[in-house]
Design a protein around this ligand. Structure first.
Ligand code: SF4
Length: 402
């Protein structure tokens, strides 16, 4: 796969606030939004009441216009994507989060764990089409730090062009407990074996009362933040996420955004924020409120407006589907995941997003939202406009009258 050039294309414009200020016509917005727009221009952080005002504001289109204005000031029409494959190393998990349709008990008929060789053979199938492997899985009682060291070393040796975005915070915690070593040592050993970044899954809602109900036994809110803080200190960039539409309140969603923004102010190690809704199929959370399409777009807009220090907001098409992902690009998202050749976790919970999109089809989806497709690498430091290949015109043969 073609190596991308080093490029600042995927960084926000350094003067984006001034561009936003010039482009936005404040008086076209309801008066209660004026102070929020002014705070963005002045570089003042939005607080919880600002977030709740956005959450309850009746006009989604006005929220979308502010979020799009921020996104446009940062990146113009550029929208970023990369080419990746999701390979889940195991579905065996010692926990049983209520929203999870993916995990299996060790004795289940369809429980599995890949050996290093099986994993590498699976990746071999996609090696020419991807430059990133996204690897998360269950908390397997027997897969140790040594397994991951061997796995990452082998992947890097066989496929040096493929970045390894792997292991969520709870998997890092699990490895630390299993091997009786510190979080820092786990991260350092994995980095030395080829780990590029952490994907950010597992944040769910950073509120321990909610977590005790939907994902009992998982890392606490503070542990999630501490593991990401440690990764950032060790030079490992990470993403962060939010799972909404289970049982949380609007206040808890906004507090979640503020906690991530605060950590980013401290470390500057988050690359991308990925807000996504709960999908219900095959899960055990009948009391979930679920999120409508409008609410998904609203959360993406609020995320862009409130968290301006995390560079990218992702439309996660594996979860929200292609149609909504296309709209999300007009509501503040600047990044879309991606050319995903294979994905299991969201598809177990009911996602019907198409897999095996090629670059050209994804570029078309991006262009449909009046945006310019930019292919990027995992760490956003290499990027290049994606030029769609010419599709040969069909030449019509003359009709011969018989
Ligand atoms: S979400 Fe992760 S930790 Fe929770 S049950 Fe599923 S695989 Fe296990």
């Amino acid at each position: 796969m073609e190596e991308l050039p080093i490029s600042p294309l995927a960084s926000p414009h350094p003067e984006w606030r001034s561009i936003f200020s010039q482009n936005i016509s404040i008086h076209q917005f309801d008066v209660e939004l004026h102070s929020i727009i002014q705070k963005i221009i002045d570089g003042n952080e939005l607080n919880e009441s600002d977030g709740l005002l956005l959450f309850h504001h009746p006009s989604l289109s006005q929220l979308g216009a502010i979020a799009w204005g921020v996104k446009h000031a940062m990146y113009g029409k550029n929208v970023f994507f990369n080419s990746n494959v999701h390979i889940n190393q195991t579905n065996v998990c010692v926990l049983a989060c209520k929203f999870c349709a993916f995990r299996r008990g060790a004795k289940s008929n369809d429980a599995y764990e890949y050996s290093v060789e099986e994993f590498v053979n699976e990746l071999e199938t996609y090696k020419d089409a991807v430059d990133e492997v996204h690897t998360v899985g269950g908390l397997h009682p027997d897969l140790t730090i040594e397994y991951y060291e061997e796995l990452f070393t082998t992947v890097k040796k066989r496929f040096p062009h493929i970045a390894i975005k792997s292991l969520s915070a709870v998997e890092i915690k699990h490895l630390s407990q299993q091997s009786n070593i510190s979080i820092a040592e786990v991260l350092m050993r994995l980095k030395n074996s080829g780990l590029t970044s952490l994907p950010g899954g597992g944040a769910e809602i950073l509120n321990d009362e909610v977590r005790a109900i939907i994902c009992n036994g998982k890392e606490s809110s503070q542990e999630y933040l501490a593991i990401h803080r440690e990764a950032h200190h060790l030079g490992i960039p990470t993403n962060c996420t939010m799972l909404f539409g289970t049982i949380e309140t609007p206040e808890q969603r906004i507090q979640h955004l503020i906690q991530l923004r605060n950590l980013q102010s401290e470390t500057n190690g988050f690359q991308c924020f990925v807000p996504y809704p709960f999908l219900q199929d095959n899960t055990r959370l009948p009391e979930a409120q679920l999120a409508t399409g409008q609410e998904i777009l609203r959360m993406i807009s609020i995320s862009r407006i409130m968290i301006t220090n995390i560079p990218h907001i992702k439309a996660y098409r594996m979860n929200i589907g292609d149609h909504l992902a296309e709209l999300a690009l007009q509501y503040g998202a600047d990044d879309i995941d991606g050319i995903v050749q294979k994905e299991s976790i969201m598809h177990s919970a009911g996602s019907n997003a198409l897999l095996e999109l090629d670059n050209t089809m994804l570029a078309k989806l991006i262009e449909n939202s009046d945006s310019i497709p930019i292919r990027r690498n995992t760490t956003y430091d290499r990027a290049k406009p994606f030029i769609k290949p010419e599709i040969p015109r069909i030449i019509q043969l003359p009709v011969v009258q018989g």
